[in-house]
Design a protein around this ligand. Structure first.
Ligand SMILES: Cc1cc2nc3c(=O)[nH]c(=O)nc-3n(C[C@H](O)[C@H](O)[C@H](O)COP(=O)(O)OP(=O)(O)OC[C@H]3O[C@@H](n4cnc5c(N)ncnc54)[C@H](O)[C@@H]3O)c2cc1C
Length: 419
């Protein structure tokens, strides 16, 4: 695999590195015009594709689009230039996500590599690990998945029981992960495993980088409410990975795993709000056109959704300005705000659509008749998908209850819950 160098990609950091209003405007204009020029031709049909509940849509084409972005220097832009990024400032990263969402560009395929594993390797990895893995994330030749949750360890992640032992220069891994997003399309998984026999809770865990394509690993997709399979069960039966593919020291896994979670849902959530605004706008248009808005209850919920969006934006701005007492608390407030807002929007969508929400659209994306008698193959419309997938928003990335515990304990100083 070759390393990507910014000079090769014709990227001029010059003006963009300076954070002035003019430079920010120029950066936004550069992103906008690149997207306008490139989200055309073979990529034009990808607009709006691949969001939650539609991860399966046009996967190969979206992978190609991500590689196209990479060739022009638009992947991993916040990473330091020495690792193939642009060294973009926080402001520039926000601008990029905002413009990307405005252009209705397709969902990215390697979010877990770019936003989670890459920054973690930059922070905790060895130089060899950075050299080996970062270029494959930048050029989108290797996709990643996250092996944290297990049937007995979700909110209480310290309950991880998947084990790994060192034998003849290899880690031998046994156990099971669950809800592993995109493992069925990824080449690698980062695994939190217990490497110290007899250890419990946060001690004795290690963070391992494991190739998925090997006889010791079985990936079994789980069908979701949407009928699609975004996540999987992953079984490890004497699966192997090289001894040096451990991030941090043996036993340091908890520290590395928590470091990674701080990167989860970072600045990209600001682009997400542009997508939310578009969903609300489309729903409001639908309510006007089908007369649902004449129902005062619906009208009031639409207005409340608009206010909720403004509250979300104000909170994000305060957090970025550092105007909060606890960053951990602010992240939890943000998660609660967006997840509940989005779930409520899904419910509102069903009420705006009304009775037709009970059946699928008449034809599939490919124009075939939609077979509502076949639950395996029925295709949902965007509102049904929104409703069903947003049930998951209040669970992944830390459930509502877990976020409230964090706010109670770390921000309000209430007594810790009994453990
Ligand atoms: C769409 C989706 C994608 C996901 N992708 C991944 C992935 O790629 N990799 C990965 O590792 N995991 C992934 N997950 C798993 C996710 O992290 C877990 O679902 C989440 O941590 C909750 O764990 P759990 O499902 O075991 O539920 P549990 O932890 O068993 O929780 C069950 C219920 O109990 C509540 N609860 C738990 N503890 C407390 C407490 N202390 N106080 C009050 N209430 C509590 C919870 O809020 C919840 O309502 C994904 C989940 C979803 C829905």
């Amino acid at each position: 695999m070759t390393s990507i160098n910014l000079a090769d990609r014709g990227v001029d950091l010059g003006e963009w590195a300076k954070s002035t209003p003019k430079a920010a405007d120029e950066f936004a204009a550069a992103v906008r015009s690149w997207l306008e020029e490139n989200l055309t031709g073979e990529f034009a049909g990808l607009k709006g594709r691949g969001g939650p509940g539609s991860e399966h849509e046009f996967f190969a084409e979206r992978l190609e689009w991500d590689r196209h972005l990479a060739r022009a220097g638009w992947t991993c832009i916040g990473w330091p230039t020495e690792y193939g990024g642009r060294g973009a400032t926080l402001e520039q990263r926000i601008i990029f996500h905002r413009e990307y969402a405005r252009a209705n560009a397709p969902a990215r395929v390697n979010h877990l590599g770019e936003e989670l594993l890459g920054p973690t390797l930059i922070a905790y990895g060895t130089e060899e690990q950075k050299k080996r893995f970062l270029p494959g994330i930048v050029d989108v030749s290797e996709l990643w998945s996250q092996g944290y949750s297990e049937p007995g360890a979700g909110s209480d992640l310290a309950g991880v029981s998947t084990s790994a032992r060192l034998e003849n220069g290899k880690w031998i891994i046994n156990g099971q992960k669950i809800w592993t997003s995109l493992a069925h399309v990824a080449q690698w998984v980062f695994v939190l495993a217990r490497t110290e026999k007899g250890s419990s809770r946060h001690a004795g865990l290690s963070f391992l980088l494991v190739p998925l394509d090997q006889p010791g690993i079985t990936v079994r997709p789980i069908q979701q409410l949407t009928g699609t399979s975004e996540f999987n069960e992953v079984f490890f039966d004497d699966a192997e990975t090289d001894a040096d593919l451990i991030v941090g020291e043996p036993g340091d896994g908890w520290k590395v795993a928590m470091g990674l979670l701080q990167f989860e849902r970072g600045v990209s959530t600001l682009g997400q709000q542009v997508g939310f605004a578009r969903e609300l706008e489309n729903l409001t248009d639908l309510a006007r056109s089908n007369g649902a808005v004449d129902d005062p209850e619906i009208a009031s919920r639409l207005v409340r959704a608009d206010i909720g969006l403004k509250v979300m934006r104000a909170h994000a701005q305060r957090t970025l300005d550092g105007d909060v007492t606890s960053q951990a608390g602010a992240a939890s407030v943000s998660k609660l705000l967006w997840a509940n807002w989005h779930r409520d929007l899904g419910e509102l969508a069903m009420d705006v659509v009304g009775a037709p929400a009970l059946i699928g659209p008449p034809t599939t994306v490919e124009g075939e008749p939609n077979d509502i008698a076949d639950p395996e193959h029925v295709e949902l419309d965007e509102w049904q998908r929104l409703y069903l997938f947003t049930r998951a928003d209040t669970i992944y990335g830390g459930s509502n209850e877990v976020q409230r515990n964090i706010i109670a304990e770390r921000v309000l100083g209430l007594p810790r819950e009994a453990r």
